[in-house]
Design a protein around this ligand. Structure first.
Ligand code: GEK
Length: 246
């Protein structure tokens, strides 16, 4: 297995037949480059997840990273938390991602035994005794009809005083702003070295797979799930991260 941080994302560089985006081995092998060049503010969001985890992780509780990919948020959290006794569970349903994350952890002695990597559909995962739950750009891939039930399950599995971090690509009710932010986002991707062909082929591949919602929809659903305080702590164009407190 190669070190994915060395691999450049050229998946959509050549003209290709249309097809839905999947988190397969090809994507996992370039994922770090892909997400860093595709999500504005990704490295800031990851670092701040560490800061939030440090503050809100409770003794004898669990941290969950749901849709962990290569563990960017997992490692940032574990690295910062100062609790004496806590466990961390990193879940993804892509075997390619979980195998790579496990291999990465095996090479990092400071994380030995600290992260339990699970290859499962988070819709079926059990959430228990959680003080920090992370959905960093994952909820957007869950079918719309399953999102409310997933959030209720997470809420039920959380300790009072715990936090849920939800980062998402978002849409806007105002069509003019929606269009503007999409265009700004595409300009951002061009500055990150993606061609117009890459941007348009990836957009088509994600169309039926990544389903953005508005901040209002996210806020209302989190509130009706039971979360007490909910708001955005990071936003850049059509990418935002929210925090919700139980
Ligand atoms: C990061 N959080 O670097 N069950 C489990 N995993 C899933 C499911 C599901 N039902 N659906 C999608 N995934 C990471 C980045 S990427 C975001 C998250 C992106 C997983 C999928 O396999 C992929 O690894 C991840 O969610 C989404 O902080 O690529 O835009």
């Amino acid at each position: 297995m190669t070190d994915s941080s060395q691999n450049k994302d050229r998946i959509f560089a050549e003209k290709m037949l249309p097809g839905d985006f999947v988190f397969d081995d090809k994507v996992a092998s370039v994922f770090e480059d892909m997400i860093n060049r595709s999500v504005p503010g990704y490295s800031t969001i990851i670092a701040m997840i560490g800061v939030l985890a440090e503050r809100y992780c409770q003794e004898q509780s669990r941290i969950y990273d749901l849709g962990c990919s290569l563990g960017g948020a997992t490692l940032a959290a574990v690295d910062k938390v100062s609790c004496q006794r806590f466990s961390t569970i990193a879940i993804d349903n892509s075997p390619a991602m979980i195998d790579r994350l496990q291999a990465k952890l095996d090479g990092l002695p400071q994380f030995a035994g600290k992260v339990d990597c699970r290859c499962e559909d988070l819709v079926d995962s059990q959430i228990e005794n959680a003080s920090v739950v992370v959905l960093n750009f994952t909820l957007q891939f869950i079918p719309l009809s399953q999102r409310a039930a997933l959030l209720s399950k997470i809420y039920e599995g959380m300790k009072p005083g715990g936090i849920l971090i939800v980062s998402e690509k978002i849409s806007f009710p105002d069509e003019k702003l929606n269009q503007l932010f999409i265009e700004m986002y595409h300009s951002f991707k061009e500055t990150m070295g993606y061609s117009k062909l890459e941007i348009s082929q990836k957009r088509s591949a994600l169309e039926k797979v990544l389903l953005p919602e508005t901040l209002e929809v996210h806020r209302d659903r989190l509130k009706s799930t039971g979360f007490q305080s909910v708001d955005v702590w990071f936003q850049c164009f059509n990418f935002a991260s929210m925090v919700a407190f139980k």
